[in-house]
Design a protein around this ligand. Structure first.
Ligand code: OGA
Ligand code: NI
Length: 225
C-alpha cells in the first residue's frame, strides 16, 4: 500500500519534471518574469526578458523554422491588411510563415500555450481584454530590414501587444539586425539574441529592424483585443 503511494508520488514527480524539462524551464519563476515584464510595459511601453524559454526548447523551434524556410514555406512579407496589403521591399524585406492556430505542430502548441499564459497575466494586471493572438515565423535574409513603423494597422485597431522571440546564437553588434525602439526622442537598440523575448505596445511604440548582415530568425506576434 505504502509502496503504491510512493510509486504514485514518484510517478507524478517524474511527469512534472519531464513536462518542465520539455519546454519552459525558467531561471526565474514564471510569475517573476511576467511581473517584471508587466512593470516595464507599464513604465516605458516595452520590455525585454532573456529567460522565458529553455535552451533545448528554443533549439527545436529554430530547427523547425529553418526546415520550413528551406522547404519554401515562407512568403515575402507585406505591409497593411486586407485590401491594403502590399509587398513593398523598400519598407520591409523579410519573409514570413504564419502559424495556423488550428494546425499547430507540437512545439508551436507549447509556444502558443506559454504566450497565452502571458496574455492572461497581462489581462489580469491591466484589464486589457486581450483575446486573439496571431504569430508568424520571420526570416530576415542577409541585407534585409524593416523601416520605422508602428504595428497597429490604421483600419484594424486590434493589435495591442507585440511580441518577438529571437532565435540567433552568437549574434554581435556588427551583425546588425537590431530592433531599434523609439521613445521620447531617444532610441534603444536590442540585439536579436537567442531566447530573447521583447514585448511592446503595438499602438504606441515606433520601431524598426536595422539592416541585418546575417540571416536572422524570429517568431513575431500580436495579442489583440
Ligand atoms: C514586425 C517587427 C521586429 C523584429 O514584425 O512588425 O517589427 O525585431 N519585427 O523582428
Ligand atoms: Ni513591427
Amino acid at each position: 500500500m505504502i509502496s503504491g503511494c510512493v510509486d504514485k508520488f514518484y510517478f507524478r514527480f517524474l511527469c512534472a519534471t519531464l513536462r518542465l524539462s520539455a519546454f519552459a524551464v525558467k531561471m526565474k519563476s514564471t510569475e517573476t518574469i511576467f511581473s517584471e515584464l508587466a512593470d516595464n510595459l507599464a513604465e516605458k511601453g516595452w520590455a525585454v526578458t532573456d529567460n522565458f524559454f529553455s535552451h533545448d526548447f528554443l533549439k527545436l523551434v529554430l530547427e523547425e523554422e529553418m526546415l520550413l524556410y528551406k522547404s519554401g514555406k515562407f512568403k515575402q512579407a507585406g505591409v497593411g491588411k486586407g485590401t491594403e496589403h502590399k509587398v513593398i521591399i523598400e519598407i520591409r524585406s523579410d519573409y514570413v510563415h504564419w502559424l495556423d492556430k488550428e494546425n499547430l505542430s507540437e512545439l508551436q502548441q507549447q509556444f502558443w500555450h506559454e504566450m497565452d499564459e502571458l496574455k492572461l497575466f497581462l489581462n489580469r494586471e491591466f484589464f486589457l481584454g486581450l483575446k486573439e493572438m496571431e504569430f508568424h515565423f520571420a526570416v530576415y535574409p542577409e541585407g534585409s530590414f524593416y523601416k520605422k513603423h508602428v504595428d497597429r494597422f490604421q483600419r484594424d485597431s486590434g493589435r495591442t501587444i507585440s511580441c518577438v522571440l529571437y532565435l540567433n546564437s552568437d549574434w554581435k553588434e556588427s551583425d546588425g539586425g537590431q530592433l531599434r525602439i523609439y521613445r521620447n526622442d531617444t532610441s534603444t537598440d536590442i540585439l536579436p539574441l537567442f531566447g530573447r523575448l521583447v514585448c511592446f505596445k503595438s499602438d504606441e511604440i515606433e520601431h524598426e529592424v536595422i539592416l541585418t548582415k546575417k540571416e536572422r530568425y524570429s517568431i513575431s506576434g500580436w495579442m489583440k483585443n
